[in-house]
Design a protein around this ligand. Structure first.
Ligand code: KIV
Length: 287
């Protein structure tokens, strides 16, 4: 068995320098993490989309540090060599620097993350600085920020107007200066993603932001055709698991109803001697 070398931020930076694109997927459990590591995905994000795709909430806001750290630990057990990013949930870093550092510390020390992700713009530069100073590797998530969806008024592409685009480009620089080790761009125009990716040494991961980022992330449920909702049209589906799973569940239900499963052979039979003894014992008792 070949042992995979641990992917580090140095590996991701080297990939960027060499023009090799970085793959990232969201992951929320041990079994999937095993498969993603086997498939040599470069980096896993335990996203707060967990609240939507696993818990059935309408937004990511109900994700909690406790939940997120627990599932991140499980993902780490399944993918010990993959670069692992923990997503800090709503209000776990926005309230004060102390909270941000203490909560990020749980992702790092308890769950074994390589970095944490926070949804930011220039207003949270002090937080990113404080976290970086406390030796926490921060991935700065810019553009569409799902945790701000209530104040932003919906899920829509950010930076289509020149002043907004300029602001996001400046925010990227501000986060780099504040000590961020990587950027994630969500739903920004391809031109904006290109300018940012080309103007920094930080690895830039994109989602719904076009092909010019240094890497791409997709929500696992979307790319597997597995989730309950409808993924954005720009998501490429690599499987249609929903129909595969429903067919399997239906076949199982039918088998149980009709006696197709389990057969006697699929059960555990007693040793003939033991069965004999049992039958004698039962016959004796009924006499
Ligand atoms: O929580 C998440 O899954 C994310 C991705 C959409 C990038 O932040």
């Amino acid at each position: 068995m070949t042992v995979r070398r641990k992917t580090t931020i140095g590996t991701l930076r080297a990939h960027k320098r060499e023009g090799r694109k970085i793959s990232m997927l969201t992951c929320y459990d041990y079994s999937m993490a095993l498969l993603m590591e086997q498939a040599e995905i470069d980096t896993l994000l335990v996203g707060d989309t967990y609240a939507e795709v696993c818990l059935g909430h309408a937004t990511t806001l109900p994700a909690t540090v406790e939940h997120m750290v627990t599932i991140t630990e499980a993902v780490r057990r399944g993918a010990p060599s993959t670069y692992l990013v923990g997503d800090m949930p709503y209000l776990s870093y926005q309230v004060c620097h102390e909270d941000a550092i203490r909560n990020a510390g749980l992702f790092m020390a308890q769950a074994g993350c390589d970095a944490v992700k926070v949804e930011v713009d220039r207003r949270l530069v002090g937080t990113v600085e404080a976290m970086s100073a406390a030796t926490i590797p921060v991935m700065a998530h810019l553009g569409l920020k799902p945790q701000s969806i209530q104040s932003a008024g919906g899920y829509r592409v950010q930076g289509k107007l020149a002043p907004d685009a300029q602001r996001i480009i400046e925010d990227a620089k501000i986060m780099e200066k504040a000590g961020a080790i990587a950027l994630l761009l969500e739903a920004v125009p391809v031109e904006v993603a290109k300018i940012i990716s080309e103007s920094t040494d930080l690895p830039v991961i994109g989602i719904v932001s076009g092909p010019f980022c240094d890497g791409q992330v997709l929500v696992m449920h979307d790319m597997l055709g597995y989730g309950a909702g409808h993924p954005p049209p720009s998501v490429k589906q690599y499987a249609q698991l929903r129909s595969v799973l429903v067919d399997a569940f239906r076949a199982y239900g039918e088998d149980v109803r009709t006696g197709g499963f389990p057969t006697v052979e699929q059960g555990v039979s007693m040793d003939a001697n033991q069965l004999d003894r049992l039958q004698h014992a039962l016959a004796g008792r009924s006499e």
